[in-house]
Design a protein around this ligand. Structure first.
Ligand code: AMZ
Length: 279
């Protein structure tokens, strides 16, 4: 008998156990193949995602996204490996030089991470053209994160999703209630919840919502702005900004967010990734 142990959406990875001969192997194998070809659901259960923000080839964390406030935390590939060992299911990579300058500058570290880890990798910062995004997805990045380009050219979301379904995460980063772009230096006049609904219609697979007002400050999260975005869409919303305690993580989970990105609190050892995932 062929005993297939299937966990939703993840059959191709690990959850197959063969325990003998099947009465009808062709049927079993057919089921197995179609399950493997089915698209993987993004964030099937709540995730705590470590951030690897890069500047000049180093991991850094900024306070409120302001240049000049950076604190460095070493080599990105080592950090990525450390998060994988600690049990991360997804890595959140940001090319900060790319976000500020409009052109990605940490590609060697990104490539090395994509090659050395076998968990999902999402990447943002300086992805401003559809062909760059598609190239990254072809090269093994699981999701591209678009901020500035999605605001300037909303159709880019559909253009990329057409080739790689469910692989565009639109980043709506809010300062004083308004979406900001270009390294969070320029306002757009957009309301984050209204914009989220619009990008869902454009084909976004998920929304990243960063509460810039509390970002990097270890001062705690605000639930309401996250809940507003969650309530505006059906696609997963990943929350970011301000996490300093395990109860911040629980509070974000209660908003209905699908995942939370944590940076400074993990690098400063406020809690471990294991403890955060247990929370
Ligand atoms: O810290 C910052 N100033 C900052 C930052 N972390 N500015 C942008 N970003 C991130 C966004 C998103 O993930 O949260 O960069 C990405 C968007 O970049 P772009 O180049 O598409 O606007």
């Amino acid at each position: 008998m062929l005993n297939l142990v299937v966990t939703e959406g993840a059959i191709a990875r690990t959850y197959i156990r063969y325990t003998g001969r099947s009465a009808d192997p062709r049927r079993e194998v057919g089921t197995l193949l179609s399950a493997r070809d089915a698209p993987k659901r993004m964030f099937p259960s709540f995730e705590v995602i470590p951030a690897v923000d890069m500047q000049g080839g180093q991991v850094v964390q900024l306070v409120g996204g302001e240049r000049g406030t950076e604190k460095a935390y070493g080599d990105p590939v080592e950090a990525a490996r450390r998060w994988v060992e600690a049990g991360a299911e997804t890595l959140h990579l940001v090319d900060l030089d790319g976000a500020f300058e409009g052109e990605r500058a940490n590609a060697p570290a990104v490539e090395a991470i994509v090659e050395s880890v076998d968990i999902d990798v999402q990447l943002g910062g300086g992805i401003r053209a559809a062909d760059d995004a598609v190239g990254l997805l072809d090269a093994g990045v699981d999701r591209v994160i678009l901020g500035t380009a999605a605001v300037e050219t909303p159709e880019i979301v559909g253009a990329i999703s057409g080739q790689h379904p469910d692989s565009v995460m639109v980043s709506l980063d809010a300062k004083d209630g308004e979406v900001v772009v270009s390294g969070w230096t320029e306002g757009t006049g957009l309301d984050p919840a209204e914009a989220a609904a619009r990008y869902e219609a454009e084909g976004a697979g998920a929304i990243l919502f960063t509460d810039v007002d509390v970002e990097g400050q270890l001062g705690g999260i605000r639930s309401e702005p996250v809940a507003r975005v969650v309530d505006a869409v059906d696609i997963p919303v990943v929350a970011s900004g301000g996490v300093s305690t395990l109860s911040d993580i629980r509070a974000l989970r209660e908003t209905g967010a699908a995942a939370v990105v944590v940076g400074t609190a993990l690098y400063e050892g406020r809690f471990t990734l294991e403890a955060a995932m247990d929370a």
